[in-house]
Design a protein around this ligand. Structure first.
Ligand code: PEP
Ligand code: MN
Length: 278
């Protein structure tokens, strides 16, 4: 028996499709769906967030992202608007009708976060924060679990196991690059992990090409590669004015660049997005 028994793909059983229900829209994440999640790294202000949210809705995205609690390497960097950011996300959800995902970094914030968004994100730095994983496992919302920046695939699946074991069956895995000797890119996108995790687990897998590369010019090629490797969706950072962004501007796409990528993704050859392709 595998160490990650609940996350493991069972012989003969199909893949799990995670349903995200928000008041305005229901989104399915799993084989054949190619769910596109987009938004700025951080929620920076109400007006800017509502503006980009409406732009992204017009482009056609399935779900919005935006960080209110930001885990930053330096304590002097912008750490998000906190609760004010959550209120802005809730407003964007109401205005656009789109579901919203945001990161939770402290188990004490879980209830408040769950009241404002539709999917909880566990970030790379917290993939083995077991108290947080258990709290997410007890929460009523689906959980987007990012791969730890130096986590093996087995550790990642065991982190998912914590959430499943605590009673929450709605886990979405997100490959976001791992740390290697390479310094020209922020992380190294582990494209084989996408295909392998689809073999090992029934859970949906999406890719974040923004954190995986750290470079604007590489986001679209990495995104296309992710879909070709079998990813069930993408999470992409988009900012109205990437050079002014308070976090991760280097890897953020402008709305125009994102619209081009979105069109490419929707026009990928049909066999890449066929339901049941695994
Ligand atoms: C994010 O998606 O906002 C983020 C901080 O990513 P990661 O946890 O993958 O670094
Ligand atoms: Mn970011």
């Amino acid at each position: 028996m595998k160490a990650y028994q609940l996350a493991a793909r069972q012989d003969g059983a199909g893949s799990t499709v995670v349903t995200v229900s928000s008041p305005g829209k229901t989104v399915h994440i799993g084989p054949g769906t190619c769910t596109v999640i987009a938004g700025p790294c951080s929620v920076e202000s109400r007006d800017d967030y509502l503006e980009i949210a409406l732009l992204l809705k017009e482009i056609g995205v399935d779900m919005l992202r935006g960080g209110a609690f930001k885990p930053r390497t330096s304590p002097y960097s912008f750490a998000g608007l906190g609760e004010e950011g959550l209120d802005i996300l809730a407003e964007a959800r109401a205005v656009t009708g789109l579901p919203v995902v945001t990161e939770v970094v402290d188990p004490r914030d879980m209830e408040r976060v769950c009241g404002c968004v539709d999917v909880i994100q566990i970030g790379s730095r917290n993939m083995q924060n077991f108290a947080l994983l258990k709290e997410a496992g007890r929460s009523p919302l689906p959980v987007l679990l990012k791969r730890g920046l130096a986590a093996t695939i087995e550790e990642w699946l065991l982190a998912a196991e914590y959430i499943l074991d605590a009673g929450n069956p709605r886990v979405i895995l997100c490959e976001r690059g791992i740390r290697t000797f390479e310094e020209m890119t922020r992380n190294t996108l582990d494209i084989a992990a996408v295909a392998l995790v689809k073999e090992l687990s029934h859970l949906p897998v999406i890719v974040d090409p923004s954190h995986a590369t750290g470079r604007r010019s590489l986001v679209a090629p990495a995104a296309r590669a992710a879909i070709a490797a079998g990813a069930d969706g993408l999470m992409v950072e988009v900012h109205q004015n990437p050079d002014q962004a308070l976090s991760d501007g280097n890897q953020s796409l402008s709305p125009v660049l994102f619209a081009n990528l979105y069109r490419d993704i929707r026009n990928l050859p049909a066999w890449l997005g066929e339901p049941g392709r695994e």
